[in-house]
Design a protein around this ligand. Structure first.
Ligand SMILES: Cc1cc2nc3c(=O)[nH]c(=O)nc-3n(C[C@H](O)[C@H](O)[C@H](O)COP(=O)(O)OP(=O)(O)OC[C@H]3O[C@@H](n4cnc5c(N)ncnc54)[C@H](O)[C@@H]3O)c2cc1C
Length: 458
């Protein structure tokens, strides 16, 4: 049996968990995480489009939390009476004993029972998803060149993104920039019409933004050639086509699912009190209801905020970081204080040189919006050495067009079935979907709150 360093065991080394460990500093902690890095998700669209090198959007946990011990593996069980967690590692199961437990398991992609969705869409949540999407899109250009049939060429150049939250919008805009840049290397495709479609069930994309900024984003993306299909649901996905709720069938070789997350399914198995959405219920000290020594935060928890008494925190990095600050202070001893945080604002990038931001009540759009969005993310990024790498990548992207090399494994579609039970738990593919929210903290948008309705006739 292993003892958690400093008595604190943290399950999940994402935004929330890694930040708690970092802020606990010399007090020490043990982090259990399947990867040895933390992913900075807001930069995932830029990693997909190749503006930033994929390795630069992740932070090595050992560098970020030098006083923490890292155990690479999946938490698979909790024994509250014995104060132990079972962790599946490459070396077999291990037991870790704790005095205080922090549950920060985040969320997983929410798959709706829409025919073909799990098999034929490309996920967009983790680093491999971004690299896969990039490879996939570049491969479509190559395939369009060799395709002899006009319809096939057209299908390879049709890209459908499902989800009008930040990740859907930002990834669609970034990938369009990538393809626009790449086109000079594919002169034979210049007469083939490209089609970019962004589908969202809500009446407006980026619904959590102030209305005028959302309208600006809509106008800019439309002007840039992206068809926005708001108030539209996904009815079915075929191998190379989507069927929408208005009856239209769009042939497309690229269909990206960026529409919803749900809390980690392990939470259900370990017996913590959950709300109707499957999130751990915590009090204002981020302590799990009815428990003295178990805490939870981030996307997997329903965190009450004294600054917004009517609404719990949305699942965003900004909130996860603030919750981590409060929890680390509370765990350091002394008097526990309740969590209170007033959001600093919101930012979104809409491809090259365009963006929207609302920070400290000041709204910006266009170049300034883009500049502030980038500045905010750079400021929020954990390690200086990483920030410098990102700045270098951004500078290179200003000087050169995007790279069109297809790297790594051949692209593949689908939300793949995991090979082991632990992978299943991590990916949640063994579980029924619970109500969810958009994966970047926007209210539930494309995702219907209940199982998808039966397809309607055209
Ligand atoms: C594509 C995308 C773009 C986004 N963009 C934005 C944005 O622009 N702005 C914003 O504020 N938010 C954004 N978000 C939301 C933001 O990423 C989350 O709110 C944030 O990551 C929550 O932090 P967390 O620590 O709770 O979860 P995560 O960061 O997801 O961390 C959970 C950790 O738990 C680990 N884990 C999973 N299973 C196990 C297990 N069994 N045992 C141990 N560890 C496990 C995971 O590997 C992961 O490291 C985006 C999300 C996505 C997917």
């Amino acid at each position: 049996m292993r003892e958690a360093r400093g008595g604190t065991l943290i399950l999940g080394g994402g935004f929330a968990g890694a930040s708690v460990a970092r802020l606990l500093g010399k007090q020490g902690s043990t982090i259990v995480n399947p990867d040895n890095f933390m992913l900075y998700t807001p930069m995932l669209p830029e990693a997909a489009s190749g503006v930033i090198d994929g390795r630069h959007v992740v932070v090595p946990l050992r560098a970020m939390c030098p006083h923490a011990e890292l155990v690479l593996g999946y938490a698979t069980g909790l024994d509250e009476a014995a104060k132990t967690v079972t962790v599946a590692t490459d070396e077999g199961d291990q037991l870790i004993h704790y005095e205080k437990l922090v549950v920060a398991l985040g969320a997983i992609i929410r798959i709706f029972p829409i025919p073909g969705l799990a098999e034929h869409t490309l996920p967009f949540k983790a680093l491999p998803d971004a690299l896969n999407l990039r490879n996939h899109v570049i491969r479509r250009l190559e395939d369009a060149i060799v395709a002899e049939h006009e319809g096939h060429k057209q299908r390879h150049l049709t890209f459908v993104f499902i989800g009008g939250g930040y990740s859907g919008v930002e990834s669609c805009a970034e990938m369009k920039d990538l393809v626009d840049d790449a086109m000079r290397h594919y002169p034979d495709l210049k007469d083939v019409e490209q089609r970019w479609v962004l589908v969202d069930a809500a009446p407006h994309i980026l619904g959590s933004l102030p209305k005028r900024l959302g309208e600006y984003a809509h106008k800019h993306l439309t002007k840039d050639g992206i068809e926005i299909r708001s108030d539209t649901r996904l009815q079915a996905v075929e191998e190379d086509a989507v069927v929408l709720s208005d009856g239209e069938r769009i042939e497309a070789s690229t269909i990206v699912w960026a529409a919803g997350v749900q809390p980690h399914p392990l939470l259900k198995e370990i017996g913590l009190p959950l709300d109707e959405q499957g999130r751990v219920k915590v009090d204002e000290y981020l302590r799990v209801e009815g428990r003295e020594n178990v805490f939870s935060l981030g996307d997997c928890a329903r965190v009450p905020n004294l600054a917004t008494p009517d609404t719990p925190d949305p699942p965003t990095c900004q909130h996860a970081l603030r919750q981590a600050k409060r929890l680390a202070k509370n765990l350091k001893g002394g008097e526990m204080k309740p969590y209170r945080f007033k959001t600093l604002g919101q930012v979104a990038q809409l491809g090259r040189y365009k963006g929207v931001s609302e920070t400290l009540g000041i709204r910006m759009r266009g170049f300034m919006g883009w500049f502030i969005a980038r500045g905010y993310h750079l400021y929020a990024f954990p390690l200086m050495s990483r920030r410098i790498r990102i700045m270098i990548d951004w500078t290179l992207a200003l000087l050169f067009r995007r790279d069109i090399v297809q790297t790594g494994a051949p692209p593949r579609k689908g939300h793949h079935q995991p090979e082991t039970r632990h992978e299943a738990m991590a990916k949640g593919t063994h579980d029924e979907p619970a109500p969810g929210v958009a994966q970047d903290g926007a209210p539930s948008v494309t995702a219907p709150a209940e199982p998808a309705p039966e397809p309607k006739p055209a």
